[in-house]
Design a protein around this ligand. Structure first.
Ligand SMILES: *[C@@H]1O[C@H](CO)[C@@H](O)[C@H](O)[C@H]1NC(C)=O
Ligand SMILES: *[C@@H]1O[C@H](CO)[C@@H](O)[C@H](O)[C@H]1NC(C)=O
Ligand SMILES: *[C@@H]1O[C@H](CO)[C@@H](O)[C@H](O)[C@H]1NC(C)=O
Ligand SMILES: *[C@@H]1O[C@H](CO)[C@@H](O)[C@H](O)[C@H]1NC(C)=O
Ligand SMILES: *[C@@H]1O[C@H](CO)[C@@H](O)[C@H](O)[C@H]1NC(C)=O
Ligand SMILES: *[C@@H]1O[C@H](CO)[C@@H](O)[C@H](O)[C@H]1NC(C)=O
Ligand SMILES: *[C@@H]1O[C@H](CO)[C@@H](O)[C@H](O)[C@H]1NC(C)=O
Length: 418
């Protein structure tokens, strides 16, 4: 931002610049320098939506008015420039924009903005998602413990994979599917507070979930015994979310990413939903926690199921993606609100008794490196610090490149190989 903006424009933004401006004006009024800003919003709950329809379900509801206070935050998506809050600032909401990059950029901007004190805030990620019919069904409401970045992998096109491979996806640094990756970036797995998740699921279970006859008729087509959950009525389920920018459809990719989730979580993760943001949101929150700006034990990942990740028996992955996606969409959106509002109210009503002091996590929380302390209860990443992973990766990459070059020398004319 440049300094040639007018004072009113500057104050329209809650930015470092406006704090600077205010610091000067409060000093002029005789307020001691460094005194706490009184207009900092300190939400008890912050709802994170990913796109407009998920945001819209929260406006015009009887429980609270999120449009009472709009706060423009520098760094938010130009499509969704404002955080929306109740008049007291007790409950706020934002829209990140879709997929991993938007989610990471918006949440980082929120954390770095000085408009908010987020140190005691509960974050409710509340979006729709694709669903694995082995675990849940259309209109279901799910709460995750793990978010796994399933597309952070090597990939070969299906037509070019070795005949004995089950998938074209494999961990980075691995040589075949099913091997634990050796190039760890740190965002592969994020684990949130399981005790808080159970409380949130308990609140959600008091909601009367929405469903439609279209959704009911469509889920009834999932007749295979493996899809008993997929053909049963919607419910609240505790199971894990996969994050991938690539929007995939088909049993084989669903299965491959379910396998990767298991691999990355030491067999404890249950892949049930697929979204395009959660790991990015969680990584930004993790960095905020490292700076002491947010409490990583106060995060809830709720995803409602809008479409299946794979077709019903006898149908095709293309039909599933192109034509079937609509059946669960409306009830899933409704359930973001119907279940989500119970979680918000549960936290607000239980604030003094339970939530103000926090819900202690009894499981490990954080990333694969143990960045927030403690030892991850999943994966071999537990054995590595971030620096060790980096050193190992550099070493592996060097070996890898060396091998590539040797192969290159054999295959290329001498003049082309370096
Ligand atoms: C906040 O923004 C919404 C539109 O996003 C608008 O409808 C509402 O009136 C605004 N609230 C205030 C207090 O200006
Ligand atoms: C596939 O076959 C290759 C070559 O025979 C073998 O080296 C490899 O271990 C096999 N991979 C799997 C996943 O079975
Ligand atoms: C993504 O989120 C999952 C579950 O919340 C977590 O297990 C995984 O580590 C996260 N990955 C990254 C890259 O943040
Ligand atoms: C679900 O929501 C739709 C749209 O608002 C409504 O017509 C329908 O009656 C609701 N169904 C249930 C079971 O709540
Ligand atoms: C998933 O893992 C199972 C068990 O190892 C294996 O049989 C299956 O082929 C894998 N599926 C895919 C698509 O990789
Ligand atoms: C949470 O853990 C802290 C530190 O171990 C402890 O002091 C506190 O009493 C615990 N709170 C609850 C509600 O169990
Ligand atoms: C992984 O799972 C095994 C078997 O359940 C268990 O013995 C081991 O302690 C787990 N590893 C970690 C890091 O928790």
């Amino acid at each position: 931002m440049r300094f040639s903006t007018t004072a009113s424009q500057v104050l329209a933004f809650c930015s470092a610049l406006s704090q600077f401006t205010e610091a000067i004006s409060t000093r002029a009024r005789g307020v001691p320098r460094g005194a706490a800003r009184t207009d900092v919003v300190k939400p008890k709950v912050f709802i994170i939506s990913m796109f407009e329809p998920e945001g819209d379900v929260w406006y015009g509801i009887p429980e609270f008015n999120l449009l009472a206070k709009n706060i423009t935050v520098p760094g938010f998506s130009t499509l969704y420039p404002d955080a929306h809050c109740t008049a007291t600032g007790e409950i706020c909401q934002l829209v990140t924009g879709e997929a991993e990059i938007n989610a990471a950029a918006t949440i980082t901007s929120l954390i770095q903005s000085n408009c908010f004190d987020l140190t005691s805030t509960y974050f409710l990620i509340a979006g729709i998602a694709g669903v694995n019919p082995e675990v849940a069904t259309l209109s279901s409401v799910t709460f995750a413990r793990y978010a796994v970045q399933v597309a952070l992998e090597y990939q070969f096109d299906a037509r070019e994979i070795p005949s004995n491979w089950s998938t074209g996806y494999l961990g980075q640094g691995a040589y075949a599917p099913g091997q634990y990756p050796t190039f760890i970036y740190g965002t592969e797995v994020l684990e949130v507070n399981a005790a808080l998740r159970s409380l949130a699921a308990g609140f959600a279970k008091t909601a009367l979930l929405n469903d439609t006859s279209d959704a009911a008729a469509y889920r009834a087509l999932y007749t295979s015994p493996a899809y008993t959950a997929g053909s049963s009525p919607p419910s609240v389920v505790e199971c894990d979310v996969a994050t991938s920018d690539v929007y995939f459809s088909g049993a084989l990719l669903g299965e491959a990413f379910g396998n990767f989730t298991k691999l990355m979580t030491n067999g404890s993760g249950v892949y049930c939903t697929t979204g395009q943001e959660d790991n990015a949101t969680l990584e930004a929150l993790l960095r905020g926690a490292v700076s002491g700006l947010v409490d990583f034990s106060r995060i809830i990942v709720m995803r409602t199921a809008s479409d299946f990740d794979r077709p019903y028996p006898g149908s095709s992955p293309q039909y599933n993606l192109f034509y079937a996606a609509d059946y669960g969409y409306e009830p899933a959106l409704q359930n973001v609100y119907l279940a989500g509002v119970k979680v918000v109210e549960g936290i607000i009503n239980g604030w003094e008794r339970t939530f103000k002091k926090g819900v202690n996590a009894t499981n490990y929380i954080g990333d694969i490196f143990g960045t927030l302390g403690g030892t991850p209860d999943f994966g071999q990443g537990a054995l590595l610090s971030e620096q060790e992973a980096l050193d190992k990766r550099n070493l592996e990459k060097k070996k890898h490149m060396g091998r590539m070059r040797r192969i290159g020398r054999r295959l290329l004319p001498a003049s082309l190989s370096r």
